[in-house]
Design a binder for this molecule. Structure first.
Ligand code: MG
Length: 164
């Protein structure tokens, strides 16, 4: 019998802020600005976390990890991703693959893609080749084009073996 498969989508946007370290996919990226947010504002991991939760039919990242909770102030979003992973594992799901689009005018993202994939691979227990990281710009248009922030889209495929 076919395994049960589920797809989920996630989206996140954070505005740039001075005096913040830019962290995407759990990787510190040298840049003159970081992203504003309650946690480390890692828009890549937030989008992936939402995609995982969505695929499992669960609520969104904000309901599990509210930005009013002092425990998550400045927290590494890898911790949020690990918790979401445990939640979906608790429902009997494994991760098939993840695909990510980073939408940013700057900085260049692709040099950091191998390190991002290594982090996601470790937490989600999948091969690096089961993770896609792509980057695009808004060609100078709109808030992202004006370098006001970074948006990320992600999809995740989950599967559940009939045995589980
Ligand atoms: Mg976020």
């Amino acid at each position: 019998m076919k395994p049960e498969i589920r797809i989920g989508i996630g989206f996140d946007f954070h505005p740039f802020a001075r005096d913040r370290q830019l962290i995407l996919g759990g990787v510190a990226i040298p840049h003159d600005q970081g992203l504003q947010g309650h946690s480390d504002a890692d828009a890549v991991l937030h989008a992936v976390t939402d995609a995982l939760l969505g695929a499992a039919g669960m609520s969104d990242i904000g309901s599990f990890f509210p930005d009013t909770d002092p425990r998550y102030k400045g927290a590494s979003s890898l911790i949020l991703l690990e918790k979401a992973y445990r939640l979906i594992r608790g429902k009997g799901f494994s991760v098939g693959n993840v695909d990510i689009v980073v939408i940013a005018e700057e900085p260049k993202i692709m040099p950091y893609s191998p390190a991002m994939k290594a982090n996601l691979s470790r937490v989600l227990q999948i091969d690096a080749q089961e993770i896609g990281v792509k980057a695009t710009t808004m060609e100078g248009k709109g808030p992202i084009g004006r370098r006001e922030g970074i948006a990320v889209e992600a999809v995740a495929l989950l599967y559940r073996d009939q045995n589980s």
